[in-house]
Design a protein around this ligand. Structure first.
Ligand code: OOG
Ligand code: MG
Length: 338
């Protein structure tokens, strides 16, 4: 390990605060270039410890960056592993509160539920299939705490592999009834197909990702517990979502599962009953058009940040007050001598 305990705790607190307040940050290896793999997982473990201390329940684990599409999208070359707690779990068809997230993306995944614990080293696809109770379709919502999703592998491990929310549902299927490699996967956003893939995209067989997770944990003296849900990794690249989006995932033989992303804000504008964040600014007359434009741009940006609404939905209205109406506590500007 290259970092001391205090630094590890400080980085865990920083990353978890970013998660809880929906704030982004620069990747932590920028300031700690010597950080090694053990440090990265120690930071992730400390984030889990913080959550458990506040009453969270560990309900599952995840493998990430297990498909070529994902590795290519993120510019990395090996899988990473993280944890899932109860607050990440969203019921089927429920609304995800976009305001609680920074820049969410969705991924289609095959989720495993184990009937027996799995421990590496030496875990393989056969052992995973024997220990699996059933598999389900799952949508993972990832939300890297790093600005613009720009990170390296160690930084993303420390950030619990961008884990944020997930839903599982559809039809539970025993693993001996299907060939997971040839399962067709189709994800749609607002009724349009946004990604298509097959199970084999995940390390040749999604169970290989679960075996890799068990082997990773085995090296650290841990195991995948019975009853845990395991997300085996995005089959295709991740897709960005905006407030108001609907995302559906259909996997051959496993049925479908869906999520809604809460609309930004419900306001009525002068144009009718349109969903859009709306701000009115009062200013004394006399500003140039350029100055007014700059105010509109700044306020629009603040609304985008505060509500998560797309910039195109934001409206800013400037009211100009005549100079003679301006005053302080009933004394006009003129009488104030200004
Ligand atoms: C890292 C998490 C990747 C997956 O399924 O590949 C992941 C990221 O891309 O931010 O969960
Ligand atoms: Mg994932």
């Amino acid at each position: 390990m290259a970092l001391d305990q205090q630094t590890i705790r400080g980085l865990a607190e920083h990353l978890e605060t970013c998660e809880l307040r929906a704030l982004d940050t620069l990747k932590i290896t920028d300031e700690h270039p010597s950080m090694d793999w053990d440090d990265a997982y120690a930071i992730q473990d400390d984030i889990l410890r913080r959550k458990l201390a506040r009453g969270a329940r560990l309900i599952g684990l995840k493998a990430g960056l297990t498909s070529h599409a994902k590795m290519k999208q993120m510019g990395v070359d090996s899988p990473v592993f993280g944890f899932l707690v109860d607050s990440f779990s969203v019921p089927e068809g429920a609304e995800v509160k976009v305001k609680e997230l920074i820049h969410p993306k969705v991924e289609p995944e095959i989720a495993f539920v184990l009937k027996r614990a799995l421990k590496g080293p030496g875990c393989h696809i056969g052992a995973v299939l024997a220990a699996t109770d059933f598999v389900l379709p799952g949508i993972e919502v990832i939300d890297s705490r790093y600005r613009d999703f720009k990170f390296d592998l160690k930084s993303v491990v420390a950030d619990n592999t961008s884990a944020a929310r997930f839903v599982v549902g559809g039809r539970a299927m025993r693993p001996d009834r299907i060939d997971m490699r040839t399962l067709g996967v189709m994800m749609e956003k607002n009724g349009e197909v946004v990604s298509i893939g097959a199970g084999a995209a995940v390390l040749g067989h999604p169970a290989a990702a679960v075996a890799a997770l068990a082997n990773h944990l085995g090296r650290r003296g841990q195991e995948i517990p019975a009853g845990a849900v395991v997300l085996s990794g995005g089959v295709t690249e991740a897709i960005s979502v905006e407030p108001g989006d609907h995302v559906g995932l259909r996997i051959q033989h496993l049925g479908s599962v869906s999520l809604n992303f809460a609309p930004a804000c419900r306001c009525t504008s002068p144009e009718g009953n349109i969903t859009m964040p709306f701000a009115q600014i009062y200013m004394v007359e006399g500003r140039t058009p350029e100055q007014k434009k700059a105010v509109i741009e700044k306020v629009s940006q603040a609304l985008v940040e505060a509500t998560g609404a797309p910039i195109a939905n934001v409206r800013v209205w400037i009211h100009e007050m005549p100079k003679e109406n301006w005053g302080i506590a009933g004394v006009s500007a003129k009488d104030l001598g200004r």
